[in-house]
Design a binder for this molecule. Sequence first.
Ligand SMILES: [Fe+2]
Ligand SMILES: [Fe+2]
Length: 474
Amino acid sequence: MSMNYQDRIPNNVDLGSNRTLQRALEHWQPEFLNWWQELGPKDFQVADVYLRTATSVDAKGWATYGYVRMPDYRWGIFLADRNLDRKIGFGDNYGKEVWQQIPGEYRATLRRLIVTQGDTEPASVEQQRMLGHTAPSLYDLRNLFQVNVEEGRHLWAMVYLLHAYFGRDGREEAEELLERHSGDADKPRILGTFNEPISDWLSFFMFTYFTDRDGKFQLKSLAESSFDPLARTCQFMLTEEAHHMFVGDTGISRVIKRTLEVMKELNTDDPEAIRKAGAIDLQTLQRYLNFWFSSSLDLFGSESSSNAASYFANGLKGRPDESRYEDHVALEQIYSLEVPNGTGATKTEEIPMRNAMNDVTRGSYVKDCDMGVTRWNRLIEKAGHSFRLALPSTRFRRNIGIWANVPTDPQGTPIPQEVFNAKIAGWLPSEGDQAYILSLMHGVYEQGKMAAWIAPPDRGINNNPVDYEYVRLQ
Ligand SMILES: [Fe+2]
Ligand SMILES: [Fe+2]
Protein backbone atom coordinates (compact mmCIF):
# COMPACT_ATOMS: atom_id res chain seq x y z
CA MET A 1 0.00 0.00 0.00
CA SER A 2 1.44 3.39 -0.98
CA MET A 3 1.89 6.23 1.47
CA ASN A 4 -1.06 8.52 1.78
CA TYR A 5 -0.16 12.10 2.70
CA GLN A 6 -3.63 13.48 1.92
CA ASP A 7 -5.19 12.37 5.20
CA ARG A 8 -4.77 14.34 8.40
CA ILE A 9 -2.63 11.47 9.62
CA PRO A 10 -0.39 10.24 6.81
CA ASN A 11 -0.45 6.45 6.65
CA ASN A 12 -0.10 3.36 4.53
CA VAL A 13 -2.52 1.27 6.61
CA ASP A 14 -5.74 2.47 4.94
CA LEU A 15 -6.68 4.33 8.09
CA GLY A 16 -9.68 5.93 6.35
CA SER A 17 -11.45 2.56 6.23
CA ASN A 18 -11.53 2.30 10.03
CA ARG A 19 -13.40 5.36 11.25
CA THR A 20 -13.24 4.50 14.95
CA LEU A 21 -9.50 4.03 14.91
CA GLN A 22 -9.02 7.12 12.77
CA ARG A 23 -11.05 9.23 15.20
CA ALA A 24 -9.17 7.89 18.21
CA LEU A 25 -5.83 8.74 16.61
CA GLU A 26 -7.08 12.15 15.48
CA HIS A 27 -7.93 12.75 19.12
CA TRP A 28 -4.41 11.80 20.20
CA GLN A 29 -2.77 13.93 17.47
CA PRO A 30 -3.28 17.38 19.13
CA GLU A 31 -1.97 15.97 22.41
CA PHE A 32 1.13 14.80 20.58
CA LEU A 33 1.54 18.26 19.00
CA ASN A 34 1.19 19.91 22.40
CA TRP A 35 3.83 17.62 23.76
CA TRP A 36 6.10 18.46 20.81
CA GLN A 37 5.66 22.19 21.41
CA GLU A 38 6.32 21.85 25.13
CA LEU A 39 9.08 19.25 25.23
CA GLY A 40 10.38 19.03 21.67
CA PRO A 41 13.38 21.08 20.45
CA LYS A 42 13.33 24.33 22.36
CA ASP A 43 13.13 27.62 20.43
CA PHE A 44 13.42 26.29 16.87
CA GLN A 45 9.79 25.57 16.07
CA VAL A 46 9.57 28.32 13.44
CA ALA A 47 12.89 27.55 11.74
CA ASP A 48 12.78 26.00 8.26
CA VAL A 49 14.70 22.75 8.46
CA TYR A 50 15.91 20.75 5.47
CA LEU A 51 14.29 17.44 6.41
CA ARG A 52 13.64 14.18 4.66
CA THR A 53 10.18 12.68 4.67
CA ALA A 54 9.55 9.07 3.75
CA THR A 55 7.73 8.51 0.48
CA SER A 56 7.82 4.73 0.45
CA VAL A 57 8.61 2.04 2.95
CA ASP A 58 11.44 0.28 1.14
CA ALA A 59 15.06 1.14 1.85
CA LYS A 60 15.15 3.49 -1.16
CA GLY A 61 12.05 5.38 -0.08
CA TRP A 62 13.75 8.52 1.10
CA ALA A 63 13.09 10.61 -1.97
CA THR A 64 11.67 13.76 -0.46
CA TYR A 65 13.90 16.44 1.02
CA GLY A 66 12.73 19.95 1.60
CA TYR A 67 12.35 22.79 4.06
CA VAL A 68 9.80 22.04 6.77
CA ARG A 69 8.96 23.73 10.04
CA MET A 70 9.15 20.94 12.58
CA PRO A 71 5.59 21.27 13.90
CA ASP A 72 4.44 20.81 10.27
CA TYR A 73 6.40 17.58 9.83
CA ARG A 74 4.08 14.90 8.46
CA TRP A 75 4.28 12.35 11.26
CA GLY A 76 2.51 9.25 10.14
CA ILE A 77 1.93 5.54 10.39
CA PHE A 78 4.00 3.46 8.05
CA LEU A 79 4.44 -0.30 8.09
CA ALA A 80 6.69 -2.32 5.81
CA ASP A 81 4.70 -4.21 3.18
CA ARG A 82 3.05 -7.40 4.29
CA ASN A 83 4.71 -10.63 3.23
CA LEU A 84 1.84 -13.08 2.75
CA ASP A 85 4.16 -16.08 3.08
CA ARG A 86 5.68 -15.00 6.36
CA LYS A 87 5.76 -17.75 9.02
CA ILE A 88 6.72 -17.68 12.68
CA GLY A 89 10.51 -17.78 12.68
CA PHE A 90 11.39 -19.11 16.15
CA GLY A 91 10.14 -20.61 19.39
CA ASP A 92 7.49 -23.21 20.16
CA ASN A 93 5.27 -22.17 17.24
CA TYR A 94 8.08 -22.19 14.70
CA GLY A 95 6.77 -22.54 11.14
CA LYS A 96 3.14 -21.71 11.89
CA GLU A 97 1.21 -18.74 10.49
CA VAL A 98 2.16 -15.33 11.88
CA TRP A 99 -0.57 -13.47 13.76
CA GLN A 100 -2.55 -10.55 12.34
CA GLN A 101 -4.37 -10.20 15.66
CA ILE A 102 -2.97 -10.72 19.14
CA PRO A 103 -3.70 -14.04 20.84
CA GLY A 104 -5.43 -13.20 24.15
CA GLU A 105 -2.83 -14.92 26.32
CA TYR A 106 -0.03 -12.65 25.01
CA ARG A 107 -1.92 -9.39 25.15
CA ALA A 108 -0.49 -8.05 28.41
CA THR A 109 3.07 -9.06 27.55
CA LEU A 110 3.00 -7.59 24.06
CA ARG A 111 1.47 -4.39 25.37
CA ARG A 112 4.34 -4.10 27.85
CA LEU A 113 6.95 -4.68 25.14
CA ILE A 114 5.36 -2.07 22.87
CA VAL A 115 4.99 0.49 25.66
CA THR A 116 8.61 0.00 26.74
CA GLN A 117 9.83 0.55 23.19
CA GLY A 118 7.42 3.47 22.67
CA ASP A 119 8.56 5.17 25.87
CA THR A 120 12.15 5.51 24.65
CA GLU A 121 11.16 7.45 21.52
CA PRO A 122 9.76 10.68 23.04
CA ALA A 123 12.23 10.30 25.92
CA SER A 124 15.21 10.92 23.65
CA VAL A 125 13.54 14.00 22.13
CA GLU A 126 13.10 15.34 25.66
CA GLN A 127 16.71 14.52 26.55
CA GLN A 128 17.97 16.42 23.51
CA ARG A 129 15.65 19.40 23.57
CA MET A 130 18.24 22.02 24.54
CA LEU A 131 20.94 20.92 22.10
CA GLY A 132 19.77 23.23 19.32
CA HIS A 133 21.24 26.13 21.28
CA THR A 134 24.77 24.77 21.01
CA ALA A 135 24.93 23.04 17.61
CA PRO A 136 28.44 23.08 16.14
CA SER A 137 27.05 23.90 12.66
CA LEU A 138 23.84 24.20 10.66
CA TYR A 139 24.59 20.75 9.23
CA ASP A 140 24.61 19.27 12.74
CA LEU A 141 21.57 21.27 13.80
CA ARG A 142 19.64 19.80 10.90
CA ASN A 143 20.75 16.27 11.77
CA LEU A 144 19.63 16.74 15.37
CA PHE A 145 16.19 17.84 14.22
CA GLN A 146 15.93 15.00 11.71
CA VAL A 147 16.63 12.54 14.50
CA ASN A 148 14.09 14.30 16.74
CA VAL A 149 11.22 14.28 14.24
CA GLU A 150 11.87 10.63 13.45
CA GLU A 151 11.83 9.68 17.12
CA GLY A 152 8.49 11.47 17.19
CA ARG A 153 7.36 9.28 14.30
CA HIS A 154 8.56 6.17 16.15
CA LEU A 155 6.26 7.19 18.96
CA TRP A 156 3.44 7.36 16.40
CA ALA A 157 4.38 3.87 15.22
CA MET A 158 3.95 2.39 18.70
CA VAL A 159 0.84 4.46 19.48
CA TYR A 160 -0.81 3.16 16.31
CA LEU A 161 -0.29 -0.43 17.51
CA LEU A 162 -1.64 0.43 20.95
CA HIS A 163 -4.75 2.06 19.50
CA ALA A 164 -5.36 -0.49 16.77
CA TYR A 165 -4.85 -3.70 18.76
CA PHE A 166 -5.25 -3.04 22.48
CA GLY A 167 -8.56 -1.23 22.79
CA ARG A 168 -9.08 0.97 25.79
CA ASP A 169 -5.93 -0.19 27.63
CA GLY A 170 -3.94 0.76 24.57
CA ARG A 171 -5.47 4.23 24.39
CA GLU A 172 -4.63 4.80 28.05
CA GLU A 173 -1.06 3.66 27.50
CA ALA A 174 -0.81 6.07 24.56
CA GLU A 175 -1.82 8.95 26.84
CA GLU A 176 0.73 7.93 29.44
CA LEU A 177 3.49 7.92 26.84
CA LEU A 178 3.01 11.70 26.76
CA GLU A 179 2.73 12.02 30.54
CA ARG A 180 5.99 10.41 31.61
CA HIS A 181 8.98 12.67 31.00
CA SER A 182 12.71 12.10 30.87
CA GLY A 183 14.28 12.80 34.27
CA ASP A 184 10.93 13.65 35.90
CA ALA A 185 11.09 12.91 39.63
CA ASP A 186 7.49 11.67 39.81
CA LYS A 187 6.89 10.24 36.35
CA PRO A 188 10.24 9.32 34.83
CA ARG A 189 10.71 7.40 31.60
CA ILE A 190 10.72 3.63 32.05
CA LEU A 191 14.39 2.86 31.30
CA GLY A 192 17.34 4.40 33.16
CA THR A 193 19.46 5.59 30.21
CA PHE A 194 16.51 7.60 28.91
CA ASN A 195 16.49 9.69 32.06
CA GLU A 196 20.15 10.75 31.69
CA PRO A 197 20.38 14.37 30.57
CA ILE A 198 22.11 15.02 27.25
CA SER A 199 23.43 18.52 27.67
CA ASP A 200 26.37 18.54 25.26
CA TRP A 201 27.05 17.38 21.73
CA LEU A 202 29.73 14.87 22.64
CA SER A 203 27.10 13.08 24.72
CA PHE A 204 24.64 13.43 21.84
CA PHE A 205 27.02 11.71 19.45
CA MET A 206 27.72 8.99 22.04
CA PHE A 207 23.99 8.57 22.59
CA THR A 208 23.20 8.26 18.89
CA TYR A 209 26.07 5.84 18.43
CA PHE A 210 25.52 3.62 21.48
CA THR A 211 21.94 4.13 22.66
CA ASP A 212 20.26 4.42 19.26
CA ARG A 213 22.15 1.25 18.43
CA ASP A 214 20.49 -0.45 21.37
CA GLY A 215 17.29 0.74 19.66
CA LYS A 216 18.41 -0.93 16.47
CA PHE A 217 18.86 -4.28 18.22
CA GLN A 218 15.58 -4.02 20.12
CA LEU A 219 13.80 -3.21 16.85
CA LYS A 220 15.54 -6.11 15.13
CA SER A 221 14.32 -8.44 17.90
CA LEU A 222 10.77 -7.12 17.56
CA ALA A 223 10.97 -7.24 13.75
CA GLU A 224 11.13 -11.04 14.22
CA SER A 225 7.90 -11.08 16.24
CA SER A 226 5.06 -13.45 15.36
CA PHE A 227 2.72 -10.47 15.76
CA ASP A 228 3.04 -9.37 12.15
CA PRO A 229 1.96 -5.70 12.44
CA LEU A 230 4.63 -5.19 15.13
CA ALA A 231 7.26 -6.87 12.96
CA ARG A 232 6.35 -4.72 9.94
CA THR A 233 6.32 -1.51 11.98
CA CYS A 234 9.78 -2.22 13.34
CA GLN A 235 11.16 -3.12 9.93
CA PHE A 236 10.36 0.35 8.67
CA MET A 237 11.61 2.05 11.84
CA LEU A 238 14.98 0.38 11.28
CA THR A 239 15.47 2.27 8.02
CA GLU A 240 15.06 5.56 9.93
CA GLU A 241 17.23 4.39 12.82
CA ALA A 242 20.20 3.86 10.50
CA HIS A 243 20.54 7.62 10.05
CA HIS A 244 20.63 8.18 13.80
CA MET A 245 23.60 5.87 14.19
CA PHE A 246 25.25 7.50 11.18
CA VAL A 247 25.01 10.83 13.02
CA GLY A 248 26.72 9.31 16.06
CA ASP A 249 29.36 7.43 14.13
CA THR A 250 30.39 10.32 11.90
CA GLY A 251 30.06 12.80 14.77
CA ILE A 252 32.62 10.91 16.86
CA SER A 253 34.87 10.44 13.80
CA ARG A 254 34.82 14.18 13.17
CA VAL A 255 35.70 14.98 16.79
CA ILE A 256 38.66 12.59 16.55
CA LYS A 257 39.72 14.01 13.21
CA ARG A 258 39.79 17.53 14.65
CA THR A 259 41.72 16.36 17.72
CA LEU A 260 44.30 14.67 15.49
CA GLU A 261 44.70 17.87 13.47
CA VAL A 262 45.39 19.81 16.65
CA MET A 263 47.82 17.15 17.88
CA LYS A 264 49.67 17.44 14.60
CA GLU A 265 49.71 21.25 14.59
CA LEU A 266 51.03 21.40 18.14
CA ASN A 267 53.11 18.25 17.81
CA THR A 268 51.85 17.00 21.18
CA ASP A 269 49.60 14.39 22.69
CA ASP A 270 49.33 16.22 26.01
CA PRO A 271 45.61 16.44 26.92
CA GLU A 272 46.05 19.82 28.55
CA ALA A 273 47.69 21.32 25.48
CA ILE A 274 44.95 19.85 23.28
CA ARG A 275 42.30 21.38 25.49
CA LYS A 276 44.04 24.73 25.46
CA ALA A 277 43.71 24.63 21.69
CA GLY A 278 39.96 24.02 22.03
CA ALA A 279 39.82 20.37 20.96
CA ILE A 280 38.74 17.25 22.86
CA ASP A 281 41.57 14.99 24.02
CA LEU A 282 41.15 11.29 23.26
CA GLN A 283 41.26 10.37 26.97
CA THR A 284 38.16 12.45 27.62
CA LEU A 285 36.49 10.87 24.60
CA GLN A 286 37.26 7.43 26.08
CA ARG A 287 35.62 8.39 29.38
CA TYR A 288 32.43 9.53 27.61
CA LEU A 289 32.49 6.30 25.64
CA ASN A 290 32.82 4.30 28.88
CA PHE A 291 29.81 6.06 30.33
CA TRP A 292 27.40 5.72 27.39
CA PHE A 293 28.41 2.20 26.38
CA SER A 294 28.04 0.79 29.88
CA SER A 295 24.79 2.64 30.40
CA SER A 296 23.40 1.28 27.12
CA LEU A 297 24.40 -2.31 27.97
CA ASP A 298 21.90 -2.32 30.83
CA LEU A 299 19.07 -1.74 28.35
CA PHE A 300 19.35 -5.36 27.20
CA GLY A 301 18.36 -6.65 30.64
CA SER A 302 19.67 -9.53 32.75
CA GLU A 303 22.04 -12.10 31.31
CA SER A 304 19.76 -14.86 32.54
CA SER A 305 16.09 -14.01 32.19
CA SER A 306 12.97 -16.13 32.42
CA ASN A 307 11.05 -13.30 30.72
CA ALA A 308 13.41 -13.43 27.76
CA ALA A 309 12.93 -17.21 27.66
CA SER A 310 9.15 -16.92 27.52
CA TYR A 311 9.26 -14.10 24.92
CA PHE A 312 11.29 -16.46 22.77
CA ALA A 313 9.23 -19.58 23.48
CA ASN A 314 6.00 -17.72 22.67
CA GLY A 315 7.38 -16.04 19.58
CA LEU A 316 6.95 -12.48 20.85
CA LYS A 317 10.53 -11.24 20.65
CA GLY A 318 13.30 -13.09 18.85
CA ARG A 319 16.99 -12.80 18.23
CA PRO A 320 18.19 -10.12 15.80
CA ASP A 321 18.67 -11.76 12.38
CA GLU A 322 17.05 -14.98 13.55
CA SER A 323 17.46 -16.53 10.09
CA ARG A 324 21.23 -16.64 10.62
CA TYR A 325 20.85 -19.16 13.43
CA GLU A 326 20.54 -22.87 12.68
CA ASP A 327 18.28 -23.93 15.53
CA HIS A 328 15.21 -21.67 15.75
CA VAL A 329 13.65 -23.58 18.62
CA ALA A 330 16.71 -23.43 20.90
CA LEU A 331 15.23 -25.81 23.41
CA GLU A 332 18.17 -28.16 23.97
CA GLN A 333 21.05 -25.72 23.80
CA ILE A 334 23.15 -24.54 26.70
CA TYR A 335 24.76 -21.12 27.10
CA SER A 336 27.87 -20.51 29.20
CA LEU A 337 28.07 -17.41 31.33
CA GLU A 338 31.00 -16.03 33.31
CA VAL A 339 29.53 -14.87 36.61
CA PRO A 340 31.07 -13.37 39.74
CA ASN A 341 31.79 -16.07 42.33
CA GLY A 342 31.26 -13.72 45.29
CA THR A 343 34.89 -13.66 46.40
CA GLY A 344 36.36 -11.42 43.74
CA ALA A 345 36.82 -13.98 40.97
CA THR A 346 34.58 -15.55 38.32
CA LYS A 347 33.05 -18.94 37.69
CA THR A 348 31.29 -20.45 34.70
CA GLU A 349 27.59 -21.14 34.86
CA GLU A 350 25.54 -22.96 32.29
CA ILE A 351 21.99 -21.85 31.60
CA PRO A 352 19.37 -22.88 29.02
CA MET A 353 19.87 -20.97 25.77
CA ARG A 354 16.37 -19.51 25.85
CA ASN A 355 17.11 -17.83 29.18
CA ALA A 356 20.24 -16.28 27.67
CA MET A 357 18.53 -14.42 24.80
CA ASN A 358 19.21 -10.98 26.32
CA ASP A 359 22.89 -11.78 26.46
CA VAL A 360 22.89 -13.20 22.93
CA THR A 361 21.40 -9.93 21.66
CA ARG A 362 23.81 -7.90 23.79
CA GLY A 363 26.69 -9.89 22.28
CA SER A 364 25.61 -8.94 18.73
CA TYR A 365 25.26 -5.35 19.86
CA VAL A 366 28.78 -5.26 21.31
CA LYS A 367 30.22 -6.58 18.04
CA ASP A 368 28.35 -3.90 16.12
CA CYS A 369 29.61 -1.18 18.49
CA ASP A 370 33.15 -2.40 18.08
CA MET A 371 33.15 -1.79 14.33
CA GLY A 372 33.05 1.95 14.85
CA VAL A 373 35.79 1.78 17.47
CA THR A 374 37.98 -0.09 14.98
CA ARG A 375 37.35 2.61 12.35
CA TRP A 376 38.13 5.41 14.82
CA ASN A 377 41.33 3.68 15.90
CA ARG A 378 42.39 3.44 12.29
CA LEU A 379 42.25 7.25 12.09
CA ILE A 380 44.40 7.51 15.22
CA GLU A 381 46.85 4.90 13.97
CA LYS A 382 47.15 6.55 10.57
CA ALA A 383 48.02 9.81 12.30
CA GLY A 384 50.92 7.98 13.97
CA HIS A 385 49.68 7.82 17.57
CA SER A 386 49.75 4.79 19.83
CA PHE A 387 46.61 5.70 21.82
CA ARG A 388 43.67 3.35 21.18
CA LEU A 389 40.02 3.71 22.11
CA ALA A 390 38.36 0.58 23.48
CA LEU A 391 34.94 -0.59 24.56
CA PRO A 392 34.99 -1.39 28.26
CA SER A 393 34.08 -4.91 29.33
CA THR A 394 30.37 -5.78 29.51
CA ARG A 395 30.97 -6.34 33.25
CA PHE A 396 32.09 -2.77 33.86
CA ARG A 397 29.77 -0.39 35.76
CA ARG A 398 26.65 -2.43 35.28
CA ASN A 399 23.46 -1.69 37.18
CA ILE A 400 21.38 -4.56 35.85
CA GLY A 401 22.15 -8.27 35.60
CA ILE A 402 24.66 -10.61 37.19
CA TRP A 403 27.40 -7.97 37.16
CA ALA A 404 25.24 -5.27 38.70
CA ASN A 405 27.21 -3.37 41.34
CA VAL A 406 30.15 -5.78 41.12
CA PRO A 407 33.26 -3.58 41.11
CA THR A 408 35.50 -4.30 38.11
CA ASP A 409 38.02 -2.31 36.11
CA PRO A 410 37.18 -1.38 32.48
CA GLN A 411 38.78 -4.65 31.35
CA GLY A 412 36.24 -6.53 33.49
CA THR A 413 38.60 -7.82 36.15
CA PRO A 414 36.90 -7.83 39.56
CA ILE A 415 38.60 -5.42 41.98
CA PRO A 416 37.98 -4.48 45.62
CA GLN A 417 35.28 -1.86 46.15
CA GLU A 418 37.80 0.64 47.65
CA VAL A 419 39.98 0.40 44.56
CA PHE A 420 36.95 0.87 42.34
CA ASN A 421 35.80 3.90 44.32
CA ALA A 422 39.24 5.46 44.11
CA LYS A 423 39.56 4.91 40.36
CA ILE A 424 36.08 5.35 38.94
CA ALA A 425 36.49 9.12 38.58
CA GLY A 426 39.30 8.48 36.10
CA TRP A 427 37.20 6.05 34.08
CA LEU A 428 34.10 8.20 33.64
CA PRO A 429 33.64 11.86 32.70
CA SER A 430 34.68 13.86 35.77
CA GLU A 431 33.08 17.14 36.76
CA GLY A 432 36.11 18.83 35.25
CA ASP A 433 35.63 16.94 31.96
CA GLN A 434 31.99 17.90 31.84
CA ALA A 435 32.73 21.53 32.60
CA TYR A 436 35.36 21.57 29.86
CA ILE A 437 33.05 19.96 27.28
CA LEU A 438 30.26 22.36 28.22
CA SER A 439 32.66 25.29 27.82
CA LEU A 440 33.07 24.30 24.15
CA MET A 441 29.36 24.29 23.47
CA HIS A 442 28.34 27.41 21.57
CA GLY A 443 25.87 27.54 18.73
CA VAL A 444 27.57 28.08 15.36
CA TYR A 445 24.84 29.16 12.95
CA GLU A 446 26.80 30.88 10.22
CA GLN A 447 26.41 29.03 6.95
CA GLY A 448 29.44 26.83 6.29
CA LYS A 449 31.09 27.53 9.66
CA MET A 450 32.06 24.75 12.05
CA ALA A 451 32.87 24.81 15.78
CA ALA A 452 36.59 24.47 16.53
CA TRP A 453 36.28 21.14 18.35
CA ILE A 454 34.90 19.18 15.40
CA ALA A 455 35.95 18.67 11.77
CA PRO A 456 33.48 19.24 8.94
CA PRO A 457 31.74 16.15 7.56
CA ASP A 458 33.07 14.56 4.37
CA ARG A 459 29.87 15.35 2.52
CA GLY A 460 26.54 17.10 2.99
CA ILE A 461 23.00 15.79 3.09
CA ASN A 462 21.30 14.59 -0.11
CA ASN A 463 24.26 15.59 -2.32
CA ASN A 464 24.19 19.17 -1.10
CA PRO A 465 27.46 20.85 -0.13
CA VAL A 466 28.57 20.86 3.50
CA ASP A 467 28.03 24.63 3.64
CA TYR A 468 24.41 24.39 2.46
CA GLU A 469 21.83 26.36 4.46
CA TYR A 470 20.45 23.27 6.22
CA VAL A 471 18.45 25.34 8.68
CA ARG A 472 16.94 28.74 7.95
CA LEU A 473 16.66 30.49 11.24
CA GLN A 474 13.94 33.10 11.53
FE1 LIG B 1 13.58 5.54 17.60
FE1 LIG C 1 16.81 6.61 17.02
